[in-house]
Design a protein around this ligand. Structure first.
Ligand code: LLP
Length: 421
């Protein structure tokens, strides 16, 4: 599903050539496809509809994966809700036309100011992660004369079998409240005048390819929901988090949304609670690529380096997680070049500044490359390291190209700084 509608020569998306994007907007440049975003969302919607679950489900796009206003706006128009983790993300959702009543607020450290803003906006639910957070939220809500809708993020202690940095549901994790503590926390929440108990949530990790851990977490969650009900605490909704993985490389294919969700949905279909999903990567990851140009070729004694104009500040995933992104030459390039093994590296002064190791490509200086599956946690995690302006972002919509974030200028990068008097 949701893979970018690239033609076989990797030269165009929908009706637009990548050469023309590079010529008009420069490189490095993130390129997204509206059709691919829409198809990925439809993957979830159709999977839910097939089980008769659509009416009582809310798909809350996890904003952290890619928070560009145009992306948020595409999902808002499709009727999505949003999963946010900061006041900043909430401001983006509202600016993009998102419905505050469809926002869930996750995260292990919410400030009183963020709580206040979210209460005033009228969000759907706070996903509370600790006893202290519950008390603070209660007092902020009382100050405003509101009642805060609350769910607890419980930690089901399930191994999601993914990269340790993106595993979040183990006992050792900083996230969520322990399963054993949950009943007492719910009783406390039910007794607080500034709190309304709404639901329960969990999120066990990201880039999950095997549906079994999510199904196991769902079983644990449902068991807890039933025990709470027996205790007189009846929940309105169950939020199963995000985490569905995508295909980064052909030899590790991700299941289609319907197949990944099937074991989980077969458990939820028997329930009556409303359902919330928080997908991030699976909605945007394969709807975007990073376009970059080969600056120079530097054959070496042991390795041959292709220095490109994108770097770890633009796409941090390879450096941070040793993540693998497919890299393809755009169009046919210089046909005289012969294929050999290249290290694809950026211009940053760090050995960790690589985008791909050992890639077999026929490269010439000036070639355009597409770094694929870069729509999620790409631009969202970009920085200005080495005083590099962040890349431009464009969205292709049929035969139209829209600049959705212009490239930063160098002077903007130090505009907030000042020398001593
Ligand atoms: N809900 C919560 C509470 C989360 O913490 C996350 C992601 C999501 C939903 C969305 O998960 P997704 O569907 O995208 O897997 N930077 C890392 C990924 C970090 C994920 C953090 N939490 C990467 O580039 O792989």
């Amino acid at each position: 599903m949701n893979s970018l509608a690239l033609d076989t020569a990797c030269s165009s998306i929908e009706g637009v050539t990548l050469d023309s994007v590079a010529a008009n907007f420069g490189t490095p440049c993130y390129v997204y496809s509206r059709a691919a975003l829409t198809a990925a969302y439809a993957g979830y919607r159709d999977a839910l509809a097939a089980q008769g679950l659509l009416e009582r489900s809310l798909i809350c796009y996890a904003v952290k994966a890619n928070s560009n206003l145009a992306i948020l706006n595409v999902f808002a128009r499709l009727g999505a809700g949003f999963d946010i983790v900061s006041g900043g993300e909430m401001a983006r959702v509202l600016a993009a036309g998102g419905n505050p009543a469809k926002i869930v607020f996750s995260g292990v450290g919410k400030s009183a100011a963020e709580m206040r803003a979210a209460l005033e906006a009228g969000i759907h639910c706070f996903n509370v992660e600790s006893a202290n957070e519950l008390e603070l939220l209660n007092s902020v809500a009382l100050e405003l004369g509101h009642r805060a809708p609350v769910s607890f993020r419980v930690n089901p202690d399930v191994d999601p079998k993914t990269h340790p940095y993106i595993s979040t549901g183990l006992k050792s994790s900083k996230f969520g409240v322990a399963f054993t503590d949950a009943p007492a926390l719910y009783r406390r929440a039910a007794s607080l005048p500034g709190i309304t108990v709404k639901g329960i949530d969990c999120h066990i990790g990201s880039q999950l390819l095997d549906p079994a851990p999510a199904a196991e977490a769902t079983d644990k969650l449902l068991d807890l929901v039933d025990r709470l009900a027996a205790d007189g605490i009846v929940l309105e909704h169950i939020d199963v988090g995000g985490g569905m993985g995508i295909t980064y490389r052909a030899d590790e294919p991700a299941p289609a949304a319907a197949d990944y969700l099937a074991p989980m949905l077969s458990r939820l279909v028997k329930r009556t609670e409303k359902l919330i999903f928080e997908p991030g990567r699976s909605l945007v990851g394969n709807a975007g690529l990073l376009l970059t140009r080969v600056m120079t070729l530097k054959p070496g004694e042991e390795k041959h380096f292709a220095v490109v104009d994108a770097a770890m500040n633009d796409l941090m995933r390879p450096a941070l997680y040793d993540a693998w992104h497919e890299i393809e030459k755009v169009g046919s390039g210089d046909t005289a070049a012969t294929a050999q093994t290249w290290e694809i590296v950026g211009p940053i002064c760090e050995s960790g500044d690589f985008l791909g190791h050992d890639r077999e490509l026929a490269l010439a200086q000036g070639d355009l490359l597409a770094i694929k599956s870069a729509g999620a946690y790409g631009m969202a995690m970009a920085s200005n390291y080495n005083t590099r302006p962040r890349a431009a972002e464009v969205m292709i919509d049929g035969d139209q190209v829209h600049l959705i974030r212009r490239r930063e200028t160098v002077s903007e990068l130090f505009a907030l700084e000042s020398a001593l008097p």
